[in-house]
Design a protein around this ligand. Sequence first.
Ligand code: HPA
Ligand code: ZN
Length: 325
Amino acid sequence: PVSVEYINKLPKAELHLHIEGSLEPEFMFELAQRNNVKIPYNSVEEVRAAYKFHNLQSFLDIYYAGASVLLKREDFAELLLHYARRAHQDGVVHAEFFFDPQTHTDRGLPFELVFEGLRDGMAIANKELGMTFKIILSFLRHLSEEAAFATLEAAKPFLDRIDGVGLDSSELGNPPEKFARVFAAAKELGLPRVAHAGEEGPPAYIWDSLKLLDVCRVDHGVATSKDPELYEHIIKTQMPLTTCPCSNVSLRVFNDFKDLNVIELLRAGVCVTINSDDPAYFGGYISKNFEVLEAVGMTAEEAAKMAKNSFTASWLDEESKARWS
Ligand code: HPA
Ligand code: ZN
């Protein structure tokens, strides 16, 4: 068996983490009181009890409602710092995380407040823990192309400190092609690109993320195994998949941990990485996501391989990659 200590000690990069999804119920409550925001729960236990999802959308509704307690620059700094301290215990030395500016700008918060708050948190976490970060601006795909363009425009003053763009939220019915022009504009600006694809959506959404969005990683991507031609392509090109086991079971992409295809993908030669997605909502930070795979046959060598893959697939420079791999 692979021990928790072994998993915790493996240096890891986390490449699929929504910072808003690291908002723990305790902190949500604290912020609701501090900022005088009403939330439809009377206790931390009630919040946790609400975290029973039957698909992606049932989670997203609660996730966006929860984010409403974040109002001040220091709230975002603290949010980042809470995540960093917790992830550090699990051996995360580097995180490339998403933030959803539209979730906040649509509530009237300035882009700058959100961004600078997160940057404050990153600076403190770097000093305190030595952790490094990349920040990925993620477009909400249930909103319009026009709204995504406006978000890219709002980000322009900060582009020297934004490391890439992503695409998240409700996948079905919001295919990659809807954002092909926004992603082309991001590419023009020199931004690397990733996208959620093949979580609930079909293999065609993964193909189109590759072809139309020109991504360098696929977030989730677990539908790859449904299309033999795609499967072969993902292996041949070593296109990394940022998979999230606890998320997949929480959102019923797979009904049970034993049904997950992560280990199958890895054994077939895919560059698989393990991530927590929204750890406050899906029952665990990164080590937990390794542990649930241990229970379905992952070996110590496979755990080490996936930790190493996380650096290979990261945007760190070659020197830093070599340091951790
Ligand atoms: N999928 C899509 N959108 C998201 C997710 C996810 O897993 N988490 C936060 N936003
Ligand atoms: Zn995600």
